[in-house]
Design a protein around this ligand. Sequence first.
Ligand code: HEM
Ligand code: HEM
Length: 176
Amino acid sequence: MPRPYQPSLLRILHGAVGLLVAAAWLSGLIVYSLHDGRWGRLPWQPAGNWIDIHGSLGVLLWPLAIAFGLYALTLGRSRLRQPENTAVLLGLALAVGSGKLMDEDWLRQGDLNQLVYVIHLLAWLLIGAAVVWHVKAVLGRGGLPLARSMVSLQTRSNDLPHHWPGQIRRFFRRSG
Ligand code: HEM
Ligand code: HEM
């Protein structure tokens, strides 16, 4: 079987979104533990203004998530036939969409029953489960070589950043 290869534009968007989602997930866990904790708290509570830290990560994440979503719906559309790829994308959309509607003062004021906050919490659980499913499916379908192809830094000479505009133009010309 040929070694799997992922386009560099997909890898850079997927990598940036993946790292920021991991950071948002973990900082969200700390925010939950410090300000909510209805179903349990971390045994050790780190100091710091974690709502602001999480909010700043969220501000970085949402434009990248939009760019990644646009890529997945256009150039990456054929991959969305795998239901687990679509599931992570939906989890991401829900987490980022509800995050944008969050008011940073709700948790500080102990207002824990806001519908948007409940949706944001559900999105947190959903994206966690979807990423586990996604990684298991990737490993099941292509094993470590497929998983590694998404984090590899090797790039073909015809797939460098200055080729991205042409790749996008060709996609729209073909499907237009
Ligand atoms: C927050 C974490 C992640 C998110 C939001 C995410 C999201 C996605 C999405 C939406 C796609 C489809 C892209 C498209 O339509 O072009 C995809 C593909 C892929 N992801 Fe992830 N992913 C995450 C983590 C990971 C991790 C940890 C790995 C393992 C190294 C991984 C490996 C892959 C691979 C190999 C593909 C291509 C699969 C295929 O060809 O069907 N992802 N990812
Ligand atoms: C993967 C999981 C998560 C993602 C991707 C995520 C993403 C986001 C995003 C994009 C924002 C909007 C930032 C902005 O533009 O102002 C946000 C805000 C917020 N999120 Fe999350 N979040 C996650 C989990 C959580 C969890 C578990 C909690 C706490 C229980 C939480 C609490 C908050 C709060 C309080 C805000 C408002 C912060 C502010 O506006 O400064 N998030 N989140």
